[in-house]
Ligand binder design. Sequence first.
Ligand code: SAM
Length: 251
Amino acid sequence: MWPNTVLNEYYTLEQESAIASLGLSFNGSNVLDLGCGTGRFSRRFASEGADVIGLDFSEKALDIAKSLSSDGNPHYIRESIFKLDWPARFDLIFATATLAIACRNEHELKDILTRVGKALKTDGVLLVIEPLHRGLLSRVLDMNLKDFLRCLSETGLVSVNVKPLAFWPIRIVLAYIPLPRFLTAAIYRLGTLLMRLPPFTGLGDYWAVEAKIAPGGPLDFHAFTEEETPNSPNAEPDIPLHDIGTGNWNA
Ligand SMILES: C[S@@+](CC[C@H](N)C(=O)[O-])C[C@H]1O[C@@H](n2cnc3c(N)ncnc32)[C@H](O)[C@@H]1O
């Protein structure tokens, strides 16, 4: 969470609009929230009638998530996303601020994308909202959008919609300064408008990528053996848990 809490709200609104643009009815659907953290999106899908599984390897995050819902939906599982192995089960697999943190390189990304492809129903949808950058702005995964889309297609998935979110030059100004709501809103909206103009479209901090299984997919990419599996659930996550909080969490 950023010190400017109004900025967090605007990030969530942008993420919500990416979910809404899927045009899906969640009632009765099976949803997997990869790296669900404290479950803010898991709860959101469950509140619309989806059967939700939230997967995360952080015990602390899941303890908070479980304390915030009581009826077993979302159902939380403490496991590494690199162990995902549920064939053709989900209508939607969702990941935000997870893949760019969990994957250290292209091999790990392709491993998880292969697992995701197999876990999706034939007409299922993958929505990732991730910071995809090379260099300074990268999180753990040092990869731009172009290479991410290539990894998708090399694992038998195809992107059907791509949208930039969270204009990063504005974030630098807004994140650490708790400006009044109206000023944050005005500056943030300016950034969102700029991002629609061709010279600025590449300046989103996050990319929302909607993908489906390509004809002939998912492809069989070499998955990790048990020994090779990165970030096993017994390993503590290498990201600061003190940041978890109970609500929004922007990496
Ligand atoms: C920045 S948080 C985002 C949480 C949530 N998606 C949200 O937006 O509120 C990243 C989450 O990914 C989880 N994570 C990272 N690597 C993981 C892995 N290999 N397996 C399972 N969870 C992982 C972390 O524990 C953390 O909860």
